[in-house]
Write a protein that binds this ligand. Structure first.
Ligand SMILES: [Zn+2]
Ligand SMILES: [Zn+2]
Length: 376
């Protein structure tokens, strides 16, 4: 990297605190291990600042997946500031460009430039100016503009407050300084950076094969639920990243909880059938490619079966959506109870049929992928 292109303040900040931790932490832990109180506070603040990045900077500001009231926004912005990842404006700006131009030259943390570039090295490059059209909505938000203007000062203030508070509470200022501030920041930085590096490298692609983003639940454990990254890149307006109830996505649970407390609303969810349609489209291409490699059975018969099963489901989903629309229309016009009831029963039956078709499709995928080509 050319010296003139280096973002010196960020480069020095990150390298110096990493080096200092590397030297100081072993001695510190050996001679004066921190009290449990310090570790607990560090963990709580780690969680609060981390989830304010994923739930605040990412899903609220960058993607507008839900609406938050001012109190919730201030809390998210406060802890987000403490996370040391720049202002919400800059973060959202870069992230929106990442989504729009993923894996290309314009992607600010493109994985095509290597794992370490996407993880940390991109931060050492001089920032490109903020394009107002990318964040025109956020530029109207006074809180966001204020935080952007005074970010370095606010970062220091929030962290000094946290470390002094923890130090006073546990009577251990050194422990608070090292563990609550810098060690927490270290783990937080790397776990967030994993979303740009690991979550674009290691995992599966169920929703879109053309992009580098992957789904990996282990990454979700480290990133407050952001490991379902292939889904996220495919359906970025969904407030969830892990769409199944058992998917580990604490950010989704936090947003849901905010809504239950009346602090958030308008949580955007992508329709299940839309997601299924996408999966079928992706699977279909792979299956067709796969059967064409198999020379010893009737490829055209299999291909026809794949098309028939997939097209049938897509058709049924369209029919069901039309029926749901019809139901809504009738409801709006205050139709008779019997008509509404009949439509409801029909929709329920269609959903049941679709569930069976979906299971048949998964079985077909499974069966076909088990067939080995002759050369194997
Ligand atoms: Zn990404
Ligand atoms: Zn995103």
């Amino acid at each position: 990297m050319e010296l003139s292109k280096i973002n010196w303040p960020i480069f020095l900040f990150i390298t110096i605190y990493h080096a200092a931790l590397l030297v100081v932490a072993p001695f510190y832990f050996y001679y004066t291990p921190p009290a449990w109180g310090i570790v607990t506070i560090a963990f709580i603040l780690y969680f609060a600042s981390g989830i304010s990045i994923t739930g605040g900077y990412h899903r609220f500001y960058s993607h507008r997946t839900y609406k938050a009231n001012k109190l919730a926004e201030i809390i998210l912005l406060f802890f987000g500031t403490m996370a040391g990842q720049g202002s919400a404006l800059r973060w959202s700006h870069d992230h929106r460009i990442h989504h729009a131009h993923v894996d290309t030259e314009k992607d600010p943390y493109s994985i095509s430039k290597g794992f370490w570039y996407a993880h940390i090295l991109w931060l050492f490059e001089k920032e490109k100016p903020i394009e107002p059209r990318v964040v025109s909505d956020l530029l109207k938000n006074k809180l966001v503009v204020f935080q952007h203007k005074y970010y370095p000062l606010l970062f220091i203030m929030t962290n000094v407050l946290a470390f002094l508070g923890a130090g006073a509470l546990c009577n251990d200022y050194l422990g608070a300084f090292i563990v609550v501030w810098w060690l927490r920041l270290f783990f937080l930085h790397h776990c967030t950076w994993f979303i740009n590096s690991l979550a674009h490298t290691w995992g599966s692609k169920s929703y879109c094969k053309e992009i580098s983003a992957v789904d990996n639940y282990i990454i979700s454990l480290l990133t407050f639920g952001e490991g379902y990254h292939n889904y996220h890149h495919s359906f970025a307006t969904d407030y969830r990243n892990g769409i199944r109830w058992y998917h580990f996505d604490p950010t989704k649970w936090m947003i849901w909880l905010l809504a239950k407390m009346g602090l958030a609303n308008n949580l955007k969810v992508i329709d299940t059938y839309k997601v299924q349609k996408r999966i079928i489209k992706e699977d279909k291409n792979i299956l067709i490619e796969w059967v064409r490699q198999i020379s010893y059975i009737k490829v055209d018969v299999l291909e026809a079966k794949i098309h028939e099963t997939a097209d049938n489901i897509v058709k049924k989903i369209a029919e069901m959506n039309a029926l749901v629309d019809e139901y809504r229309q009738h409801k709006k016009q205050k139709a008779q109870k019997d008509t509404l009831q009949a439509l409801r029963i029909e929709i329920k039956q269609m959903k049941k049929n679709l569930y069976q078709d979906w299971k048949d499709w998964l079985q077909l995928v499974n069966d076909i992928m088990k067939i080995q080509p002759l050369s194997a």
